[in-house]
Design a protein around this ligand. Structure first.
Ligand SMILES: C[S@@+](CC[C@H](N)C(=O)[O-])C[C@H]1O[C@@H](n2cnc3c(N)ncnc32)[C@H](O)[C@@H]1O
Length: 300
């Protein structure tokens, strides 16, 4: 039977191949897929199997494990199966609490050097760190401060898009049009972000489970990790919570997405209520639990 090159036959993913692939992805980056996601993996990865000239998912699994190009291919694979949904000023109430409550308190700390270090972990195409940059530009009290927003993601493709800084309508779904007129200009393919909000943001490719590259991050005052941990199981969340604890300065804050919490994951942080949200704070002085190297007992 002749094969139409425009519609090649679908390569099936067996339960056994799904289990192998799933475990490989989980070990690499903490993403969990249940059996309902099997057909999603099957359809999203078809083009990669063809690209790598793999006749079956078993061949593709072996390619991901042993080929010379395995690291690049794993990045392509993760990019296709991860959720990258994001938009400017997502969960705006939390961002406002950050600017109105946490930031003034932080700036008033005794002996506070005029530096502010923020990590946007799992930044996708950049809307989150750029929203923070726009909010901070509106704070006259921060003039003269050295502001660094480190924005990281596992996917080189989304980071490339973030650096390009050209956005379509869906990214602006909740943004005040005032920001659009002040910080964007029309460009081929959408609206292009102007220089001021780009200036404090540095993008880095970082897998939250890659211990070798974690040394790139240190001394954070605030960590935003929103809508990333929802795709992890409890064990992966614990590892990431420990990483964040380690990377925060004493008294620093961790802000999660509204569907996420560290309940039953970590007791090392102090939970604090803001006007609209919750924030996890690293104690200003190390707690007994952290001194004992036990940041992961259960609790809220
Ligand atoms: C749904 S987006 C969230 C974007 C943004 N934080 C927000 O709330 O709008 C999740 C991002 O986390 C990234 N991600 C998933 N697992 C990761 C890991 N192990 N290390 C780094 N980034 C990861 C994905 O590539 C994706 O771009």
């Amino acid at each position: 039977m002749a094969v139409n090159p425009l519609h090649p036959p679908k390569i099936p993913l067996s339960d056994e191949e799904f289990a192998l692939l799933h475990e490989l992805i989980y070990q690499h980056c903490g993403l969990r897929f249940d059996s309902q996601n099997k057909s999603l993996l099957e359809s999203r990865l078809q083009s990669r199997l063809r690209h790598c000239q793999c006749a079956s998912f078993r061949d593709y699994y072996l390619y991901l494990r042993y080929d010379r190009r395995r690291e690049e291919e794993l990045a392509e694979c993760i990019d296709l199966v991860a959720v990258h949904e994001t938009y400017f000023f997502r969960e705006i109430n939390q961002l406002q609490d950050f600017v109105r409550e946490l930031l003034p308190e932080f700036m008033k700390k005794p002996n506070q050097p005029r530096t502010l270090r923020i990590w946007s972990a799992g930044c996708s195409t950049g809307e989150e760190p750029y929203s923070l940059a726009m909010l901070l530009l509106d704070e006259p009290s921060l003039r003269g401060w050295d502001i660094n927003i480190i924005a990281t993601d596992i996917s080189p493709r989304v980071l490339q898009q973030a650096r390009r800084g050209i956005y379509r309508e869906s990214s602006f779904r909740v943004m005040d049009p005032n920001y659009l007129s002040r910080y964007f200009e029309p460009a081929p393919g959408g609206m292009k972000l102007l220089e001021p909000p780009r200036q404090p943001v540095t993008f880095l490719c970082l897998n939250l489970f890659d211990q070798h590259r974690q040394g790139l991050i240190w001394g954070m005052d605030f960590i935003f990790c929103r809508n990333v941990m929802i795709y992890f199981d409890a064990a992966a969340k614990q590892r990431v919570a420990e990483l964040f604890y380690d990377k925060l300065n004493p008294g620093g804050s961790l802000l999660l997405g509204h569907a996420e919490s560290l309940l039953n994951i970590s007791t090392a942080f102090q939970l604090r209520h803001l006007s609209h949200d919750l924030v996890y704070q690293k104690p200003a002085a190390p707690s007994a639990a952290s001194l004992a190297g036990q940041p992961k007992r259960t609790g809220s």
